[in-house]
Design a protein around this ligand. Structure first.
Ligand code: ZN
Ligand code: ZN
Length: 457
């Protein structure tokens, strides 16, 4: 299967031409433009036919002359520009063309078909199956219903199987996928999934669309039923300027990509995995490091959250902090409150993910356990306690190196401030700096989060 992404943008495109926001400015500076979402499969099936589809095909040096089916998800004007049919009637095309979609799409197209053009219109409902030239198309229910707007109420998604047996899911526009849709693609093992991710970091849009919080949850659901496998190419489409300019990096952690307009997906090409297996996320207080670490694992099936802070009886500020962190975690995550991080990493399997938050509290706990603060520096007891700490650090570093699980570790970057006044503060700072460096050496991705921005180290 060969899929040309004719467009990967939302209705307004990204950048939005009216907009001066940082996200739009960043794309303009890069010369990047995402036009309305549409894709061409094997030159034969056109998925959505919006205001940019024809021009984008021309920009890619392609003719749509071989297209036999136009599948339109819904009649919103960014997905359906029926003037395309009028343009076809101005050519000597004589091959038959099927235009299929929900009732509102067919109604909108009727008056645009040229009198002698062999175009047939077909109304599809969720569950309908139609075959065109060996391409089997299944219409699936979308969740795009937007305040009883008739143009979104009957929106569909498409499951397309090509004559060579490759399979693609085209899922835009939709909010969280309906249960029926997820159930009907169980075991599909799609080769390509084009899934919308319209609203980026804007979580309060209240529309029939996905965003960076709800998108990974759909991936998790599709993986759970075998619709997405490690071999599936997952591409986010229908992207708007509410997305951060580094959205491709964010999606990469979930095994998805944000490819540019006119990119070509060929299922015969190599498909290297995205995202890291072992990652260290560093940052100062309130830098956004925990949020970044949690987001990294948002599409994982099984996550063990290792809380290393322990209980602090009588500390209401700490309790409030723990509550906030806990409420942010998805309900299917399990929590382990322990300093035995090496044991958790050792017990985890290849399909598990482990989030350790955080190494700085872990080290403080280990120093407490070893009674380092109760011994006099220079005494044999002090040396013994530090040896104990070193054994636990070495075991942790070993476990990070050998774990079969995907792991994300959070730690504080504390070494850049003034030299601590007390010897204990200096010892802690030095031990943590060394621990961070040793863990970093075992990780394939190390990031520094500053002011919510993620810097790759
Ligand atoms: Zn749209
Ligand atoms: Zn729409």
């Amino acid at each position: 299967m060969r899929v040309v992404l004719l467009g990967t943008g939302s209705a307004d495109g990204w950048p939005n031409a009216w907009c001066t926001c940082a996200s739009c400015a960043a794309l303009r500076a890069r010369g990047e433009v995402r036009r309305t979402t549409s894709a061409l499969v094997d030159d034969v099936v056109l998925l959505d036919c919006g205001p940019d589809s024809l021009h984008q095909a021309s920009a890619a040096g392609l003719s749509l002359g071989a297209v036999r089916a136009v599948l339109v998800t819904h009649a919103h004007p960014d997905h359906l520009a029926p003037v395309a049919l009028l343009a076809r009637s101005w050519t000597p095309a004589t091959a038959p063309l099927l235009v299929a979609g929900p009732r509102s799409v067919v109604d909108a197209c009727r008056h645009w078909v040229g009198p002698d053009d062999p175009v047939s219109l077909l109304v599809l409902d969720a569950g309908d199956v139609v075959e065109i030239e060996g391409y089997v198309v299944r219409a699936l229910e979308a969740a795009h219903d937007d305040r009883a707007d008739p143009l979104s109420a009957d929106a569909l998604l498409f499951d397309v199987t090509t004559p060579d047996g490759s399979r693609l899911l085209y899922a835009t526009d939709t909010a969280a996928l309906p249960e029926a849709t997820v159930g009907s693609v169980a075991g599909a093992a799609f080769d390509v999934v084009l899934l919308e991710e319209t609203f980026g970091r804007k979580g309060d849009h209240g529309t029939g669309h996905l965003d960076l919080a709800t998108f990974p949850e759909q991936l998790r659901r599709l993986r759970a039923v075998g619709a997405i496998t490690d071999a599936t190419r997952v591409v986010a489409v229908h992207l708007s300027h509410h997305n951060p300019p580094d959205v491709d990096r964010v999606l990469g952690q979930w095994g998805a990509r944000a490819l540019p307009d006119l990119a070509v997906l060929d299922t015969g090409d190599p498909h290297p995995p995205t995202g890291s297996r072992r990652r260290l996320v560093l940052g100062g207080a309130r830098s956004g490091k925990s949020r970044e670490a949690e987001q990294a694992l948002a599409a994982e099936q099984r996550v063990v959250y290792v809380a290393t802070g322990g209980e602090r009886p009588g500390d209401s500020e700490w309790a409030a902090r723990v509550r906030v962190h806990r409420s942010r975690r998805p309900p299917h995550w399990t929590t382990a409150e322990t300093l035995d991080v090496a044991d958790v990493l050792g017990a985890a399997g290849p399909d598990d993910a482990v989030l350790v938050d955080c190494l700085s509290l872990w080290l403080a706990g280990v120093l407490d356990d070893a009674r380092t603060w109760e011994t006099a520096p220079g005494s044999p007891a002090y040396a013994e306690s530090l040896a104990l700490v070193e054994r636990r650090v070495a075991a942790l570093v070993d476990a990070v190196r050998t774990t079969r699980a995907r792991v994300v570790l959070v730690s504080n970057e504390v070494g850049s401030g003034v030299v601590p006044e007390h010897a204990s503060g200096r010892l802690y700072r030095d031990l943590l700096g060394t621990l961070n460096a040793r863990v970093a050496a075992e990780c394939d991705e190390v990031s520094l989060v500053v002011a919510g921005r993620v810097l790759a180290l």
